[in-house]
Design a protein around this ligand. Structure first.
Ligand SMILES: NC(=O)c1ccc[n+]([C@@H]2O[C@H](COP(=O)([O-])OP(=O)(O)OC[C@H]3O[C@@H](n4cnc5c(N)ncnc54)[C@H](O)[C@@H]3O)[C@@H](O)[C@H]2O)c1
Ligand SMILES: [Zn+2]
Length: 377
C-alpha cells in the first residue's frame, strides 16, 4: 500500500462483515467527516457522546460541532479518565444517561476517547434497548489501531479485566490522526507497540518499513496515517475471517500472555502501561522462541533494537519498582490463559512476520526461561 498523496485525503478501510460491515475512515482532520457520514448512515438520528474528562477538554467541542454541521443534535456523558471507569458503576451511569436522554434504536452512541471509553460505551450500546448503533472516534493511538476495531466491548469485574462484555461491531470508525497530537508521548509510544505487533505477527515488510519510518510516524507526518491504515487493514482482515476468536484472531495476542502477567504484576497501574507491557511481552515471546531454536538470536535482537529505539521497555529490569519472581508470574499467566496439564497456549514466531498459535508450550520451560530473564539487566 502507498501512503495517501495528501494528508487531507482519508484512507478508507472496510471491515467486511456482511450485514455488519463498516468503514474505518483514517486521516488528518477526518473528524469533519463524522457529521456527513453519520447523517448518511442514520438520517434523523440524535447522538449521545460518551467521553472522559481529559478528552472532553481537548476534543469534545470539535466533535459536537462536527455533528451539528450535519444537523445532528447531541448530548454528552463524561467519565473520569482511566481504567477504573471500565466498571459496573460507570456502566450503570452511561446506561442511565442514554435512557434518560431517550436515545433509542434510531439514534446513536458516539465513543470519543481511548480504549477505556470505547470498550465502556460500546458495551453500553450493546446493552441498552438490546443494542444501539454506535460509532467509534478513537483518540489514542492504541484505540486507533486496535481497540476501536473488531467489536470487542466490555468492562472489568473484581475478578479480572474484560470479564463482562459483548461482541458488538460499530457502524463506523473515524480515526482522525490529528487528535493524537494532544496525546502524552508516553501514551503514544505505548500505542505504537501494538503497531509493531502487526508487523511482527504477519508482515515482515511492514516491520522493516517501521524501522525506517517511525520518526515520521511519531512526528505526525504521512507515515502516521499509513501505519494506522496498515494496522487497521490487518486487524480487519483477521477479524473478518475469525470474528469471535475461535482461531486466527488469537494471533493478535502476540506478546499478550507474557504482557498481561507483567501488567497484572504492576497492578494495572501507571508503572506499566498496556502497550509497554506488550513491548516487553513481545521481546519475551521472541527470546523464548530463540531459546527453543525457532528463530535466530539476531532476529530477536532486531526486535529489541527497534522497540528500544522508540523508548519502549525491553528488559524486565526496565519496569519501575521491579517484578515479582517467576512463580508469581506463572500464576498470573495461568489466570489469564487456560493451562491444561502443565501446557500453556502461546503465540510463537518462526520469523519476523510469521507468528503461529502453539497450544502445547510446557509451563516448566516458560518458568525456567523467566528465571533467567528476571536476573538479566
Ligand atoms: N476492545 C478491544 O479490542 C481492545 C483492544 C485493546 C485494548 N482495549 C482496552 O483499551 C484500554 C486501553 O486503551 P487506551 O490505551 O486508549 O487507554 P485510555 O482510554 O485510558 O486512554 C489513555 C489516557 O489518555 C487520555 N487521552 C485519550 N485521548 C487523548 C488525547 N487525544 N489527548 C490527550 N489525552 C488523551 C485518556 O484520558 C487517558 O488518560 C484497556 O482497557 C484495554 O482493555 C480494548
Ligand atoms: Zn494489546
Amino acid at each position: 500500500m502507498t501512503a495517501p498523496l495528501r494528508a487531507s485525503e482519508p484512507t478508507i478501510v472496510n471491515v467486511a462483515l456482511g450485514a455488519r460491515a463498516y468503514d474505518i475512515v483514517i486521516g488528518r482532520e477526518t473528524l469533519s467527516l463524522l457529521g456527513p457520514r453519520v447523517a448518511a448512515l442514520k438520517p434523523g438520528a440524535k447522538a449521545a457522546i460518551v467521553t472522559d474528562e481529559t478528552v472532553k477538554r481537548h476534543h469534545l467541542a470539535a466533535t459536537e460541532a462536527a455533528l451539528a454541521t450535519a444537523g445532528i443534535r447531541s448530548i454528552s456523558v463524561v467519565l473520569p479518565p482511566g481504567e477504573s471507569s471500565k466498571s459496573i458503576a460507570s456502566f450503570e451511569r452511561v446506561c442511565d444517561a442514554l435512557i434518560t436522554a431517550k436515545i433509542e434504536r434510531g439514534d446513536l452512541v458516539v465513543a470519543l476517547g481511548g480504549g477505556v471509553v470505547g470498550d465502556l460505551a460500546g458495551f453500553a450500546a450493546a446493552s441498552v434497548r438490546r443494542g444501539l448503533d454506535y460509532v467509534q472516534v478513537p483518540t489514542t493511538l492504541l484505540a486507533q489501531v486496535d481497540a476501536s476495531v473488531g467489536g470487542k466491548t466490555g468492562i472489568n469485574s473484581q475478578h479480572g479485566k474484560n470479564l463482562i462484555g459483548a461482541f458488538h461491531q460499530p457502524i463506523l470508525v473515524v480515526a482522525d490522526t490529528a487528535l493524537l497530537d494532544t496525546l502524552p508521548p508516553r501514551e503514544f509510544r505505548a500505542g505504537y507497540a501494538e503497531i509493531v505487533k502487526y508487523g511482527l505477527l504477519g508482515d515482515a515488510a511492514f516491520f522493516s518499513w517501521l524501522e525506517a519510518n517511525w520518526q515520521d510516524l511519531f512526528a505526525g507526518g504521512p507515515a502516521r496515517e499509513h501505519a494506522i491504515a496498515v494496522s487497521c487493514r490487518m486487524k480487519a482482515a483477521i477479524v473478518t475471517r475469525d470474528e469471535r476468536e475461535t482461531g486466527e484472531r488469537a494471533l493478535l495476542n502476540l506478546g499478550h500472555t507474557f504482557g498481561h502477567a507483567f501488567e497484572a504484576a504492576a497492578g494495572f497501574s501507571n508503572r506499566l502501561l498496556h502497550g509497554e507491557a506488550i513491548a516487553l511481552g513481545m521481546v519475551m515471546a521472541f527470546a523464548f522462541c530463540t531459546r527453543r531454536g525457532l528463530i535466530a538470536a539476531a532476529e530477536t535482537e532486531r526486535v529489541v533494537r527497534h522497540l528500544a529505539a522508540v523508548g519502549l521497555p525491553t528488559h524486565l529490569s526496565d519496569v519501575p519498582g521491579g517484578l515479582p519472581g517467576a512463580d508469581r508470574l506463572m500464576e498470573l499467566m495461568a489466570q489469564d490463559k487456560k493451562v491444561a496439564r502443565g501446557k500453556l497456549t502461546f503465540i510463537l514466531v518462526r520469523a519476523v512476520g510469521a507468528a503461529f498459535v502453539a497450544a502445547d508450550v510446557n509451563a516448566a520451560d516458560v518458568h525456567a526461561f523467566l528465571v533467567g530473564k528476571l536476573v538479566e539487566r
